[in-house]
Ligand binder design. Sequence first.
Ligand SMILES: [Zn+2]
Ligand SMILES: [Zn+2]
Length: 192
Amino acid sequence: MGLAASPGGRPGSGGPRSLPDPSRRLDPAPDETRPPWPSPLLSRSRYDIDRVSARTGELAVALKGSCLCGKVTYEVDQLDSPIGHCHCKTCRKAHASPYTTTAGVLRSHFRITGGEAMLQAHESSPGKLRKFCSGCGTHVFAERPAQPHIILRVATLDEDPGQRPEFHIWVSHRVAWLDPDCPSFPEWQPGR
Ligand SMILES: [Zn+2]
Ligand SMILES: [Zn+2]
């Protein structure tokens, strides 16, 4: 697909941004029971960021993603919500990580392209299914089957989605040991 075929709007064409309704941030079940963006879903033009392939110079038509072992693969046409970091205890345990990074994707923009039979689900709260690869354990997405969207685990994308995280949620559950000021190294720490 060439640049002239771009179906979406350019960044910034959708008017001023607003943060998710703060009243939705303190859901009594710390488990993403509501989508992390205002309802109804944001219009395509607002979060559709044209992604130009470094390899071909053409518009990327879909983002690819996969689990650790590579058996589960998927494509998303676009992210349909802002990217956010969730610090809730449920996400922390599910991902064995201090927080997890998520974005909503409409089902019509999401396709499992391989290894669907490998996916198993953990129902972390009633009706909330966390889908993970039974071969390697990677959590790929979460869903409530009646909802029109899934909650993608953004870190399973194989490429940069172009968007950047816009908020942290459930920081009341933030671990005390998460220290963003640690020194960092390109690979192993010196002297290891
Ligand atoms: Zn896997
Ligand atoms: Zn969470």
